[in-house]
Design a protein around this ligand. Structure first.
Ligand SMILES: *[C@@H]1O[C@H](CO)[C@@H](O)[C@H](O)[C@H]1NC(C)=O
Length: 183
């Protein structure tokens, strides 16, 4: 009996981790599309979550996102991922223009530490992913410690939260303020 319950929980946890990491993949695709970081024609429209979503067919970006999904799934399954931050920087100045702060609620003990994935240098900007995990997780050598890449006095927008019952994701977007200056 007990072992059956455990097996069911493991499957559910794995399913939840897959859903949440996939959600970050779609979020990265939309952000890169909306910011014009990759050309419009390198995306195709698919239906997901009952919505039209854009998915890249750029090979470099596809493999970056699939590696990211695999790593985030592993940390989510271990209940050790607290936050994922997607950052868009100016290529010219390296200044952070947009910061998507996805916080993840699980019931694990939280000890924060920030890691940054390898940067993806692209034509019109630079894209980074920061993952905040428990201190005791194994981190691949390609991920390096990073500052939080905050935006000073940002414009902030909070989006609807998303919940699988195991992982709850809250989204807070910060934008560099002067982009919103009145003309
Ligand atoms: C990111 O989100 C978390 C949880 O909502 C919040 O505590 C934190 O202050 C946010 N960070 C920034 C820089 O907005």
């Amino acid at each position: 009996m007990a072992s059956r319950t455990v097996a069911k929980d493991i499957i559910t946890l794995r399913g939840s981790a897959a859903i949440v990491s996939e959600f970050f993949g779609y979020a990265a695709n939309s952000i890169l599309y909306n910011r014009g970081v990759y050309p419009e024609e390198s995306f195709e429209k698919v239906k997901k979550y009952g919505l039209p979503m854009l998915l890249t067919h750029d090979e470099g970006l596809k493999s970056f996102i699939s590696n990211l999904n695999a790593q985030l799934s592993e940390w989510l399954e271990a209940g050790k991922l607290q936050r994922v931050v997607l950052v868009i920087m100016s290529k010219a100045t390296n200044e952070v223009l947009e910061r998507w702060n996805f916080s993840i609620e699980t019931d694990s003990e939280v000890v924060e530490k920030g890691y940054r994935s390898p940067s993806l240098f692209v034509a019109l900007g630079v894209f980074d992913v920061l993952a905040y995990t428990d201190k005791d997780v194994a981190v691949p050598f390609t991920w390096i410690e990073s500052d939080p890449k905050l935006i000073a006095n940002p414009q902030m927008v909070k989006l609807h939260s998303f919940d699988t019952k195991i992982h709850k994701v809250d989204t807070l977007v910060s934008y560099k303020n002067d982009e919103w200056d009145e003309q």
